[in-house]
Design a protein around this ligand. Structure first.
Ligand code: NAD
Ligand code: AHE
Ligand code: ZN
Length: 375
C-alpha cells in the first residue's frame, strides 16, 4: 500500500512529506493506522545526527496511538479494530530479560530494531524502490506503520488518540522514572533538571508519589509556571544563582535536623552531561539516588569524583520509565481516563503532518511542551 510519511532523508535536514510504499504485515506483525503522534526530543536528537544509532533515510517518530487494521499470520493478542500504542520497548514475556523480572528492557528484537529493521531483518517501507529504515521499531511519523505484535499495547478504545499518544513515550517515561525506577516514597525531596515534555511528567509522578519538596531547575523562566501547574514547589534558574548550582541546591534541601542537605532523588531530563553530574552531586550523602533520563550524543561521557558514590549516592538510568509496555501502558491510559494523571495541558500544539517541521522549530525555541501531529 501507499502511505503518507515524513521522511528523514539525511541528518540535520527538515523532514520531507512524501508517499512511501508500505508492505503488509508478515507473520507476528500488525499493520497500524497511526491517528496521532507526539514529537519527542529524542526524535530531534536522532534527526540532528547526534545519535550513534541514527540511520538515514528513516521514518522517525515513536510516540503514537492508532488502530490495528491488519494482522499477520499467528497474531493472537490483538485483532483488527483494536486501539493500540506502539512500544519502542516491547514486552515479549519470553526473553531472558523479560523473564528476569529485573528490567523492562526486552531483548527479543533489540538488535534488528537498532538497525532500523523488522525482526526478520528487512524493512517494510520503501521510496522509489529503495528501502527506508524503521525507527525505534515504531516509525509513527507515517500514517500507517507495521509493528511486531510484541510491540503494541492494547488500550481503552474510548481513550482520545491525540492525548494518549503521549503515553507512548513522555508520560510513561517521566511518571515511570519516579514510580518504577526511583521508587519515590511519600515525604521525599526531589530535584528535576529540565522541565520539558519529560521533566513535567517526572513532576506529576512525584506529586502522585507524595513527595514533599519538588524543586524544578530550568534555564527558561517560562518553565516556572509550567512546573507549578503539575506540583513543583520551588523553581531554580541556574543562570540566576549567584555561584555554583550544586551547593545552592544542597542548601535549599536542608530540612529540620538534617543539615547535610541534598535531595533524596534527582532526575536529569536534559541529556546534558554537565547537568547529569550536577544532579548526582545534588543528591543526598548516604542515600541519594540520581536518575538519568536524558539521552546524550555520540562520544559524550559522564564523570564525577568516585567519592560521590563512595559516600552513598547512586547513579541510575531509565528507559521508558522502567515500564513493561504491554502490561503497564494500558494501566497508564486508564489513569489518564480516570483523572489520576494529566495530559491535556501539556499538549501545547497540534499540527498537520505537512507542518511537522514546525513542531521541531517550536521545540528548539522552547515554546512547546508537546507538539502532536494529527493524521
Ligand atoms: P524538551 O526539549 O521538551 O525539554 C528539555 C528541557 O531542558 C527544556 O525545558 C530546556 O529548557 C531544559 N534545559 C536544557 N538545558 C538545560 C540545562 N543546562 N539546565 C537546565 N535545564 C535545561 O525535551 P524532552 O522531550 O523533555 O526530553 C528530555 C530528554 O529526555 C531528552 O534528552 C530526550 O532525548 C530524553 N528522553 C529519554 C527517554 C528515556 O527513556 N530515557 C525518553 C524520552 C526522552
Ligand atoms: N540510540 C541512542 C540512545 C537512545 C536512547 O537511549 N533511547 C532510549 C529511549 S529515548 C525515548 O525518547 C531507550 O529506550 N534506550 C534503550 C534502548 O534499548 O535503546 C544511543 O546512544 O545509541
Ligand atoms: Zn521519546
Amino acid at each position: 500500500m501507499k502511505t503518507r510519511a515524513a521522511v528523514a532523508f539525511a541528518a540535520g535536514k527538515p523532514l520531507e512529506i512524501v508517499e512511501v510504499d508500505l508492505e503488509g504485515p508478515r507473520a507476528g506483525e500488525v499493520l497500524v493506522e497511526i491517528k496521532a503522534t507526539g514529537i519527542c526530543h529524542t526524535d530531534e536528537f536522532t534527526l540532528s545526527g547526534a545519535d550513534p544509532e541514527g540511520i538515514f533515510p528513516a521514518i522517525l517518530g515513536h510516540e503514537g496511538a492508532g488502530i490495528v487494521v491488519d494482522v499477520g499470520a499467528g497474531v493472537t493478542s490483538v485483532k483488527k479494530g483494536d486501539h493500540v500504542i506502539p512500544l519502542y520497548t516491547p514486552e515479549c514475556r519470553e526473553c531472558p530479560s523479560c523473564l528476569s523480572r529485573k528490567t523492562n528492557l526486552c531483548t527479543a528484537i533489540r538488535s534488528t530494531q537498532g538497525q532500523g529493521l523488522m525482526p526478520d531483518g528487512t524493512s517494510r517501507f520503501s521510496f522509489e524502490g529503495k528501502p527506508i529504515h524503521h525507527y525505534m521499531g515504531c516509525s509513527t511519523f507515517s500514517n500507517y506503520t507495521v509493528l511486531p505484535e510484541i510491540a503494541v499495547a492494547k488500550i481503552d478504545p474510548e481513550a482520545p488518540f491525540d492525548k494518549v499518544c503521549y503515553i507512548g513515550c513522555g508520560v510513561t517515561t517521566g511518571v515511570g522514572a519516579v514510580i518504577n525506577t526511583a521508587k519515590v516514597e511519600q515525604g521525599a525531596t526531589a530535584i528535576v533538571f529540565g522541565l520539558g515534555g519529560i521533566g513535567l511528567n517526572v513532576i506529576q509522578g512525584l506529586r502522585l508519589a507524595g513527595a514533599d519538596m519538588i524543586i524544578g531547575v530550568d534555564l527558561n523562566n517560562d518553565k516556572k509556571a509550567w512546573g507549578e501547574r503539575f506540583g513543583m514547589t520551588h523553581f531554580v534558574n541556574p543562570k540566576e544563582v549567584g555561584g555554583d548550582l550544586v551547593p545552592y541546591l544542597v542548601n535549599l534541601t536542608k530540612r529540620g535536623a538534617d543539615q547535610i542537605g541534598g535531595a533524596d532523588y534527582t532526575f536529569d531530563c536534559t541529556g546534558n552531561t554537565t547537568v547529569m553530574r550536577q544532579a548526582l552531586e545534588a543528591s543526598h550523602r548516604g542515600w541519594g539516588k540520581s536518575i538519568i533520563i536524558g539521552v546524550a550524543g555520540a562520544g559524550q561521557e559522564i564523570s564525577t569524583r568516585p567519592f560521590q558514590l563512595v559516600t552513598g549516592r547512586s547513579w541510575l538510568g531509565t528507559a521508558f520509565g522502567g515500564a513493561r509496555g504491554r502490561t503497564d501502558v494500558p494501566r497508564i491510559v486508564d489513569w489518564y481516563m480516570s483523572g489520576k494523571i494529566e495530559i491535556d495541558p501539556m499538549i501545547t500544539h497540534t499540527l498537520r503532518l505537512e507542518d511537522i517541521n514546525k513542531g521541531f522549530d517550536l521545540m528548539h525555541a522552547g515554546e512547546s511542551i508537546r507538539s502532536v501531529v494529527l493524521y
